[in-house]
Design a protein around this ligand. Structure first.
Ligand code: ZN
Ligand code: ZN
Length: 271
């Protein structure tokens, strides 16, 4: 499984000189398994993935990809109208996500908010709703869902192939009591856990409870309890510069769980 981050920022795109290293684009993850393209979320980073795909069969209208949508906050959707393969006749897309995925994508592309309405795009789109605790098989990849603790809910995903798993768990907030037992079960034994670490514990304590995001401290606790091999801290806050992320997020996390990295736009790795 080839995995690449196209956006690791949370809440809002943040271009600028203080975010060059880890990137300013919002959530989008690419997974390629045996030539098949999987895409998790369509934040502003999806625009860049679309440009990459246009170097392949998607430019000739012969591309196929499968989307998995976590939830419908803008930072996870806003790249979709700018995904160039959508505008090439012949390209085919399957969308998995919570109920309303189709409706929300249509609403995002109503004429008042974007000049090309969803239905006017010449590519083909089919939709299938997923519930928590569901598993689907696509080629030889197993995709399992888990509910997420986030305003208006949503799904986290586990992709497993060849006995190795990557868990994509943003945007999630830990529970009052600490580790979320359902998420713990979902993440158990994963090779890579991608987890929401939007706030430092100090920031979280200052009025951010209930906002649907977690901290590096909760991330390392979950990673240790679930016995994952590697932890990627993701959904970086729009106020966190590259140096802040390294000093205030990565450094303390690594002291507790050594195999911790910061998700970085453009970073490609293999599972
Ligand atoms: Zn988000
Ligand atoms: Zn969200």
């Amino acid at each position: 499984m080839q995995i690449q981050y196209f956006g690791a920022r949370g809440s809002l795109p943040t271009p600028g000189k203080t975010t060059i290293k880890y990137g300013g684009n919002t959530t989008c993850l690419s997974l390629v398994v045996k030539e098949h393209q999987f895409i998790v979320d369509g934040g502003s980073g999806l625009r860049l993935l679309g440009l990459d795909l246009m170097k392949k069969e998607f430019a000739q209208g012969k591309g196929q990809a499968t989307f998995f949508w976590t939830h419908f906050h803008w930072d996870h959707l806003m790249g979709f109208p700018f995904f160039v393969p959508n505008f090439i006749p012949g390209n085919k897309f399957k969308h998995y996500g919570p109920a309303q995925t189709h409706d929300i994508l249509v609403r995002q592309q109503e004429f008042i908010t974007f000049p090309v309405e969803f239905a006017k795009m010449p590519s083909q789109h089919v939709f299938e709703t997923l519930e928590p605790d569901q598993t689907v098989h696509i080629q030889d990849v197993q995709v399992s869902t888990c509910r997420m603790n986030h305003p208006a809910g949503g799904l986290t995903y586990k992709f497993t192939q060849g006995g190795k798993s990557v868990v994509f768990a943003t945007d999630v907030e830990h529970l009052n009591e600490g580790i979320d037992p359902i998420l713990l079960k979902h993440a158990q034994g994963a090779e890579v856990l991608i987890y929401d670490a939007q706030y430092t514990p100090e920031e979280y304590a200052k009025g951010r409870k209930g906002w649907g995001h977690s901290t590096w401290k909760n991330a390392v606790e979950l990673a240790k309890a679930a016995g994952v091999k590697r932890l990627h801290l993701c959904h970086h806050d729009q106020m966190h510069s590259d140096s802040f992320l390294e000093k205030q997020v990565l450094a303390p996390a690594k002291k507790i769980f050594h195999k911790t990295c910061l998700a970085r736009e453009g970073w490609q790795f293999e599972l």
